[in-house]
Design a protein around this ligand. Structure first.
Ligand code: NAP
Ligand code: HSE
Length: 428
């Protein structure tokens, strides 16, 4: 049995996990695909670096082109991250007929359509299961499991770092900065954690899920993004008091053929299954027209869960190689893109105001909501002995995003309002 030779770009958190799984499960893997799987070459940035994994030093190079151009190599596993340079490596590898497995959501969200088109032209596979929700096989599920259905809504906790932070703030009252540091030490956060906490990482993953779920080319610019770095312990406590949990939620919804897609800190009803997803765990809730509600749960980041998805993709590539059917399973979006306008996107809102504590203030505030036809579900004055202002908590009924924005702009101008402390989307 001729071995299948793999070129690895990157030997960091995820790359080391890939090596461990290939070594630890080699017998089982080779019996599934009918050949041994060998790592032939590995590109890293700093070859001399001390690593907690043993690999043959002769296989390591600092030049990714050596891996891409090696004629022995059948499949490139890209786990080094980055966008511009990495795209060049991948396009050249495809040009040379090599198949690609990648965990790189940044690259796939920004250049996925170009890469997949090249793969189709060259009859190559490009699999990227690990790019969304680490160890959860959600991409294969959307492509294969739901091929017969029409997906109407996808809600995802798709960033492990921020879910880890919000869970610890919620359960232990820990501070944002301390928990972020922990998440970085555990290898969950991106090299620059801004993309995690400001929602960009989740937005990229939601663009990938939206493309697959709605069969249209969802681009990063189509995703409305708000990060979670401004969420305070107090906001989380309010959410709990009202029967909600605070989560950084990606929400992609379709109505008729129009869709909207967003990432934002969201108060989700505590009884919703997504509300109990804690720590580094991710979950993706999918509502299909025929199947109804489904949910997929698992570790969203970390070496071994992410490597599980990568090696599973590798197995899929090799099985296709044996059958001679590589390049046939790419999903190329075919539907014309129709984005909803803010007038047509409806959801509930939570609003926390600091206001003058005197007669007639509440009437002035509710008048603003009435002016923009935003109906109120509940209004509560919250006593706070440490604050001379009155604290008002408002939850609206479903209102259009455009109308609620107008309410906020108008409230900002109202002299009786001292501060719009926070506002969040409410789900469930
Ligand atoms: P990482 O720990 O920073 O590892 C990156 C690896 O790539 C390192 O081995 C580094 O070399 C190498 N590298 C970086 N730039 C290079 C270059 N220009 N040339 C050659 N080698 C280069 O990153 P990671 O956490 O494993 O993440 C890798 C990818 O997986 C990223 O796309 C990330 O978004 C994605 N991902 C990560 C997770 C996770 O839980 N960490 C989960 C899902 C997806 P040195 O070792 O010499 O520095
Ligand atoms: N930084 C990412 C996260 C890694 O925290 O989810 C997995 O994509």
């Amino acid at each position: 049995m001729k071995p299948v030779k793999v070129g690895l770009l990157g030997l960091g958190t995820v790359g080391a996990g890939v090596v461990r799984i290939l070594e630890g499960n080699q017998e089982d893997l080779s019996s599934q695909v009918g050949s041994p799987i060998l790592i032939e070459r590995i590109a890293v940035r700093t070859p001399g670096k001390l690593r907690d994994i043993e690999v043959d030093a002769a296989k390591i190079t600092a030049d990714p082109w050596e891996v891409i151009r090696d004629p022995q190599i059948d499949v490139i596993v890209e786990v080094m991250g980055g966008i511009a340079g990495t795209k060049e490596y991948i396009l050249e590898a495809l040009e040379r007929g090599k198949h690609i497995v990648t965990a790189n959501k940044d690259l796939m969200a920004l250049h996925g359509s170009e890469i997949l088109a090249k793969a189709q032209e060259k009859g190559c596979d490009v699999f990227y299961e690990a790019s969304v929700a680490g160890g959860i096989p959600i991409i294969r599920t959307l492509i294969e499991g739901f091929s017969s259905d029409k997906i109407m809504k996808i809600m995802g906790i798709v960033n492990g770092t921020t879910n880890y932070i919000l869970s610890k703030m919620s359960r232990e009252g820990a501070s944002y900065a301390d928990v972020l540091k922990e998440a970085q030490e555990l290898g969950y956060a991106e090299a620059d954690p801004t993309s995690d906490v400001e929602g960009l990482d989740a937005a990229r993953k939601m663009a990938i899920l939206g493309t697959l779920g709605f069969r249209t080319n969802v681009e990063l610019g189509d995703v409305s993004v708000r990060g979670m770095s401004g969420v305070s312990k107090e906001d989380i406590a309010f959410a709990k008091r009202l029967g909600y949990e605070m989560k950084l939620l990606g929400i992609a919804e379709r109505q008729d053929e129009e869709f909207s897609i967003s990432v934002q800190p969201t108060m989700i009803r505590a009884s919703h299954p997504l509300a109990s997803v804690n720590g580094v765990f991710n979950a993706v809730f999918v509502f299909g027209q025929a199947v109804g509600e489904t949910m997929f749960y698992g570790a969203g980041a970390g070496a071994m869960p992410t490597a599980t998805s990568i090696v599973a993709d590798l197995v899929a590539v090799i099985k296709n190689l044996k059958l001679g059917v590589n390049g046939l399973k790419q999903i190329v979006p075919y539907k014309q893109k129709k984005l909803k306008s803010d007038e047509d996107i409806f959801f509930k809102n939570f609003l926390h105001l600091h206001v003058d504590d005197k007669a007639g203030v509440l009437a002035k505030i509710t008048q603003v909501f009435a002016e923009y036809e935003v109906s109120l579900d509940s209004v509560v004055q919250q006593p706070n002995p440490n604050n001379p202002d009155a604290e008002i908590i408002i939850v609206t009924h479903n209102a259009s995003k455009a109308s609620f924005e107008k309410v906020l702009r108008h409230l900002e101008e109202l002299p009786v309002i001292h501060r719009i402390k926070s506002h969040y989307r409410v789900e469930g």
